[in-house]
Design a protein around this ligand. Structure first.
Ligand code: AMP
Length: 176
């Protein structure tokens, strides 16, 4: 955790998208081949023995490493998307985020009761978006649901983990 190469390459953008937000810009991790390898390797080590059958990535920054990890784990990849983007029947949930309200959707046939799911996103702030995605995935009654973020924000009094119960297994690669 907190690999120094990842920490060095993560860009902080002050006051984006609104004043007061310190935006952690993971595009600088995605564009660096060594960072890409480190992130996927670390995640593979965390989840290789968990029997993961589906990785669910949250739009849009959760798609990048989510899909790479699914390939590495031999799992399928599912997109959790903004409203109106998925073409077939969906389930949806609304939630509050650090800077506004949002809604997410997942295809109604994305997951089965036989699946072991890993939910993945780039960053945990208040936990609102992942809590909504977690609720959606739970509606499918999969065997088990794991949660991962590349980055966990603990600065400015944020404690996104608090919105999940103690049994939920959450990992993060970088804590700031
Ligand atoms: P939350 O639902 O509050 O945990 O917010 C997490 C989601 O919002 C993730 O999809 C992040 O991409 C985005 N996000 C929220 N706060 C930040 C931040 N300070 N820097 C980068 N992304 C953020």
């Amino acid at each position: 955790m907190n690999n120094p190469i990842l920490l060095q390459n993560l860009r902080n953008v002050p006051d984006f998208p609104i004043k007061g937000i310190q935006f952690k810009d993971v595009t600088t991790l995605f564009k660096n081949p060594e960072c890409l390898r480190i992130m996927v390797d670390e995640l593979y080590e965390l989840y290789k023995d968990k029997g993961i059958t589906k990785v669910v990535g949250i739009e849009s920054r959760g798609f990048v490493i989510g899909a790479a990890l699914a390939l590495r784990l031999g799992a399928g990849f599912i997109m959790c998307r903004k409203p109106g983007k998925l073409p077939a029947e969906t389930k949806r949930a609304s939630y509050m985020k650090e800077y506004g309200k949002d809604t997410i959707e997942i295809h109604a046939d994305a997951i089965t009761e036989d699946d072991v799911v890993l939910l993945h996103d780039d960053l945990l702030a208040t936990g609102g978006s992942m809590k909504a995605a977690y609720g959606l995935v739970k509606e499918f009654h999969p065997r088990k649901v794991f949660i991962n973020f590349l980055i966990e924000l603990t600065i400015e009094g944020l404690n996104g983990r608090a919105v999940f119960d103690d049994e939920t297994e959450i990992t993060t690669l970088i804590r700031i």
